[in-house]
Structure formats: structure tokens, C-alpha cells
Design a binder for this molecule. Structure first.
Ligand code: DGT
Ligand code: CA
Ligand code: ZN
Length: 574
């Protein structure tokens, strides 16, 4: 085992950092920092370093340190360091890799905001949690966000907006070239999956070579993986891959169907085709050698005896059987959304005033804004004390007069406390039009305890809506262990709604559970969880999830008009 001078220096520096995180005395920390600096500047060999340190000949390296250096040189590792590391969540070390984030800052993040992973840190930045944090600020927060983007180890999947942005850039270049007649996005993006592996684009073109040239030479392309007249693959600077396939006019409909997938959906369709004496693949639906002329996917579904299946539902989860007997319900659309629920103002951790949010909401054509700042226990997010609530309600009363018939509803996003209770006494709770109850702390409970906690919150007569039910952050943090079916049943029985949190990192309630929630009669608002006006735009991601969950406008609470939702709130109040 050989170790380099640099590695020894880094090990000692890491010890200094960990001791700092632990809150050890500064003298000890300094000693390690000093030694690390001395060793970094060492111009002899590793053995000479160990020898001279052992002999006490290096100023600044005493006995304890020389022993550690000796162990590092002999064994290539140091149990003392390993033990120190084990005292902290592994994610903290990822955070330490971000330029500009030393032990001191990481310690604050860990202790004040309970951040233990890069994903949590990224989300905290997006929620502006670092702006008012001591020793941080807007500029530091921006730098950290940029740093995370650089060091992020991509898991091979991306959140939906990454694909959306990539697709937009490439599609607009392809359109502008005028070399493609038809252009569509397929794959998991067309199905509106919450995360995607790559972007699949399908085109028809009379000049496929030229179109492919435009594609592979796009300035955002970092790497060309394949380059041919029918299929090319590239990787963009941010690591996302895009496939472009060019087919003939006759092949376009079957190819779009095939490359939209999903694989499971395709397999079921292929089996069905076979049963009917056809063959189905990406080139067409065949009877013998002759392909059936299909102008659209509708034609192919029809030929197979099916109604047209919306792309979002093509997951091989019963949609084909359904399509044998039924037309699909009209799935909710972005334009159906009539109000904004779950928005944070600058009373807690939002960027805008109540008035700014309300005016923006009204200007965008919404009928109402249902405000829900954080509650008092969420001190890190500026949770509201009863006095703040009073002040906010006075503002809302004034604005409701000024902006009528536009309506602002008084709400709160109440932390669900450890035992499942809400964050205020009944008198304060009774002053709200509605209450969103969410878990924001103490994630590490076992499934039984966590389920009981959330079920209790859902059963609280003051709870109107359960917020982001699993607490997951896509591609960075799993949800807490939870029996979600039990929560859904409790919600149904209590008449409590469950949100689809439309933030592209959350998209929770997951679409896989939406259909069950709908069957249980649970109203499902699509909530942007906006911390600034721009956050309203996230609604479209929530709509994607709702569509995947078979939801119609009637199932979606925020697609209800202002009278219906006001009535609902009023009837819910104990
Ligand atoms: P992902 O992982 O987010 O990229 O998901 P998809 O669904 O976009 O998967 P992708 O890009 O590997 O392939 C696009 C579509 O092509 C997929 O949805 C269905 C079709 N496809 C790919 N491989 C197969 C296969 O082995 N069998 C069948 N029947 N279809 C496939
Ligand atoms: Ca794909
Ligand atoms: Zn929340």
C-alpha cells in the first residue's frame, strides 16, 4: 500500500474538518490544519516524511500526529479517520466537495437545516433557505447551486424539466431547419414520467442526412454517440442523451406508437395483435407482408379493437383492457386549473408579499390563491407565530376587498409534529379557511410509527389537505417509510384531500397511487408549493402526474371554481 504526500495531507485536512464538525476544541483542529499545510509543502519522499516526523524533527508535528502519519504510511489508511467519518451521514462528504463549502458552513447546514445529502441541499437552495442563514446569503446560495450542478454524479436519470429543456432546444433547431415534416417527442417524456433516462425524438424528412447533420452539429451537443441517416444519438453538455430517429411517412404512426412505449404497453399490444392475426412492430401493423395504412396512432388502436389510449396512461397497467370496452375519461389539462393552492409568502420563506402573489395569481387568470405559509415549529423556514398569522389575516382581509371577486383563502402549511398533532392550538387553527398538514422533520421513524403519525394528522378535523405525502425528493431522497394505502384509506374516511405537490423534485402523491385515491373519492389538488411567483409554472408538472393517474378536472380540487372550493372549505371546518 503506497500513499502519496498529497493523500496524507488530505487525510489530515479531513480530520480537521470532521473535528470541526464535531465541535472539538480549536487548538486540536488547528494542529491538524497546520500539519496538513506543512505536509502539502513537503518536498522529500513519503518515507523521509515519516522518519523525520517520528524523530520529532518537523516543527508543528508532534507525537500524536507523527503516529497517525506513520499508520497512514504503513497501512495506507487510518482507523481514527474511519471512525470519525462513521459518526456523520455519508452525504455530508459529498457536500464538502462543493467548492466554497468548508466544514464550518457544512456544520451550519447540518445543524440548522438538518441537511445530510447533496439533494437535500439543492432543494433547500431552491426554497431559498440559505438566504437568511447566518454566514450564507443569496450570493452564497447561488454559488452553491452552481457547484452542485458541477459535482453532481448523475444517476443516469434526470428530472422531467431537464428533458423538457433539452427537447425544447433541439426541437426548435430542427424545426427552424425546415428539414423535417413531422416531429414528435416519444418515450418516457411523452408519457410524462417524473424522471427520464433520455429524450426520444421521431421525425419524417425527405432529407434525412441533412436533418441529422443539424442535429449532431447543434452547439449544445457534447458528444456524438451514433450518426446515421435513420438514427443518431448525442449527449448534451449536461449529460442528457437525445435520440433522433427518422422514418418514412407510412412508418410514422407505428414508430411513434412503438417509441412512446412503454415497453410493457408495447408487449401487451403486440400480443393482442398476434391474437387477431396481425403482426405489430415499429414499422407497422401487418397482415402477412402488407402493412396496414395508418395515418395516426388512433387508426392502429382502432384496428386492434381499442379506443385511443392517452400517452400518459401507456404503462401496461390495465389501460389496454380498459380500452377494449371504454372511451377514456377526459384527463385534466393545465387550462382546467382555476386556482393556486400551497403558496409561501415572505411571512415565512417565500420571496413575495401576499399582495404580489395575489396580483400575479389574478393576472394569470386564476380565480383564487390559497396561501399556506410554514407553521411555528418550522423555525428554519420562518414559520408563523400566532401574531404573524393575525397580521397576515388582516392583510388578506384588505386585499380580498380590493381584489374581489378574486379571492385569497387563509391557510397554513402546518408541520405534522412527532405524535401526529398539528402545530397550533384549536383556536388558531379555527382562524384558517384551510390547513395543509405536512411532515417536514423527524423522517427517520419506522413505518408503523410514521404511518400512525400521518394517519392521526389526516384524521384531525382541522386538516383539509395532506401535503407531499411521502416526503421524497426525486433522485435525491427516498420518501419516509410509509404504508401509503393505509393513509389513503384514512384520508378517504376522514374526507381529507391529498395534494399532488407539483414541484418537479417532489411530484408526490405519486401517479401510481392517484388512481386508487380517485377511486376512494379523495379530492386531489395540484399544488405548486410556490416560494415565488415563478413557482406557479410548476403546475404543469403536477398536471402531467394527474393525467398519468387518470384524473379528470372533477377529481382535481384546484380545477374547481372558487365557489365550489369555498364551499368545500366551509363544510370541512369543525
Ligand atoms: P426511459 O428509461 O425514461 O428512457 O423510458 P423510455 O420508455 O423512453 O425507454 P427507452 O428510451 O429505452 O425506449 C423508448 C421506447 O421504445 C420504450 O418506451 C418502448 C420502446 N422499446 C424500447 N425497447 C423495447 C423493447 O425491448 N421491447 C419493446 N416492445 N419496446 C421497446
Ligand atoms: Ca427514453
Ligand atoms: Zn412542505
Amino acid at each position: 500500500m503506497t500513499i502519496s504526500i498529497k493523500q496524507i495531507a488530505e487525510a489530515l485536512e479531513e480530520i480537521a474538518m470532521l473535528l470541526d464538525l464535531k465541535g472539538e476544541n480549536t487548538f486540536k483542529i488547528r494542529a491538524y490544519e497546520n500539519a496538513s499545510r506543512i505536509i502539502r509543502a513537503w518536498d522529500g519522499s513519503v518515507d523521509e516524511l515519516a522518519e523525520q516526523a517520528n524523530a520529532g524533527q518537523i516543527k508543528g508535528i508532534g507525537k500524536a500526529l507523527s503516529e497517525k502519519i506513520d499508520t497512514l504510511v504503513t497501512d495506507g489508511s487510518l482507523p481514527y479517520l474511519d471512525e470519525l467519518r462513521a459518526e456523520f451521514p455519508a452525504g455530508l462528504f459529498e457536500i464538502l466537495r462543493i467548492p466554497g463549502l468548508g466544514a464550518k458552513k457544512v456544520k451550519v447546514l447540518y445543524e440548522q437545516l438538518h441537511i445530510t445529502t447533496l439533494g437535500e441541499l439543492e432543494y433547500a437552495c431552491l426554497e431559498n433557505r440559505l438566504i437568511d442563514l447566518k454566514g450564507f446569503g443569496k450570493k452564497t446560495q447561488d454559488n452553491i447551486l452552481a457547484g452542485i450542478k458541477r459535482v453532481s454524479q448523475y444517476s443516469g436519470r434526470f428530472r422531467y424539466p431537464v428533458g423538457e429543456a433539452a427537447a425544447k432546444t433541439i426541437l426548435s433547431a430542427l424545426r427552424k431547419s425546415n428539414l423535417a415534416q413531422q416531429l414528435e417527442i416519444g418515450g418516457s417524456m411523452r408519457r410524462r414520467k417524473e424522471t427520464i433516462k433520455d429524450v426520444d425524438i421521431l421525425a419524417t424528412s425527405t432529407k434525412p442526412e441533412k436533418l441529422m447533420d443539424v442535429f449532431v452539429k447543434h452547439p449544445e451537443v457534447n458528444e456524438v454517440v451514433a450518426h446515421g441517416p435513420t438514427k443518431s444519438s448525442v449527449v448534451l453538455g449536461n449529460g442528457i442523451a437525445i435520440d433522433l430517429r427518422v422514418v418514412t411517412d407510412e412508418q410514422f404512426a407505428p414508430a411513434l406508437m412503438y417509441f412512446t412505449g412503454s415497453k410493457d404497453h408495447n408487449t401487451i399490444l403486440r400480443g393482442l395483435a398476434k391474437k387477431k392475426g396481425y403482426k405489430l412492430n415499429e414499422y407497422g401493423l401487418f397482415k402477412g407482408e402488407k402493412p396496414f395504412k395508418a395515418k395516426s396512432e388512433d387508426d392502429i388502436y382502432k384496428k386492434l379493437g381499442l379506443t385511443t389510449i392517452p400517452p400518459e396512461l401507456r404503462e401496461g397497467l390495465g389501460e389496454v383492457e380498459y380500452a377494449m370496452e371504454n372511451e377514456f375519461p377526459h384527463l385534466v389539462e393545465v387550462d382546467d386549473i382555476k386556482g393556486i393552492m400551497h403558496a409561501h409568502t415572505n411571512f415565512s420563506d417565500g420571496a413575495n408579499t401576499v399582495e404580489q402573489l395575489a396580483r400575479a395569481c389574478r393576472n394569470q387568470g386564476f380565480q383564487y390563491l390559497a396561501i399556506s405559509d410554514h407553521s411555528q415549529t418550522a423555525a428554519y423556514a420562518g414559520g408563523l407565530k400566532p401574531d404573524d398569522i393575525k397580521r397576515q389575516h388582516e392583510q388578506i382581509d384588505c386585499l380580498n376587498e380590493a381584489l374581489a371577486p378574486f379571492r385569497i383563502f387563509k391557510g397554513i402549511e402546518s408541520d405534522i409534529l412527532a405524535d401526529g398533532s398539528l402545530d397550533y392550538d384549536d383556536k388558531v387553527l379555527a382562524s384558517f379557511d384551510f390547513v395543509i398538514a405536512s411532515v417536514h422533520s423527524l423522517f427517520k421513524m419506522d413505518e408503523k410509527t410514521m404511518t400512525a403519525r400521518i394517519v392521526r394528522a389526516v384524521q384531525n378535523p382541522f386538516t383539509t389537505v395532506l401535503g407531499h405525502p411521502t416526503g421524497r425528493l426525486l433522485l435525491s431522497r427516498d420518501g419516509y417509510p410509509l404504508n401509503l394505502s393505509a393513509v389513503l384509506e384514512a384520508a378517504a374516511e376522514a374526507g381529507t384531500a391529498i395534494e399532488i405537490n407539483a414541484h418537479p423534485y417532489r411530484l408526490d402523491l405519486d401517479w401510481r397511487y392517484c388512481r386508487k385515491a380517485k377511486e376512494l373519492g379523495i379530492p386531489i389538488p395540484i399544488n405548486p408549493d410556490a416560494h415565488e411567483i415563478e413557482g406557479f409554472d410548476h403546475i404543469r408538472y403536477g398536471v402531467g402526474v394527474a393525467r398519468k393517474g387518470w384524473l379528470t378536472a372533477d377529481d382535481v380540487m384546484t380545477a374547481w371554481d372558487v365557489d365550489r372550493i369555498a364551499d368545500y372549505f366551509a363544510r370541512r371546518k369543525p
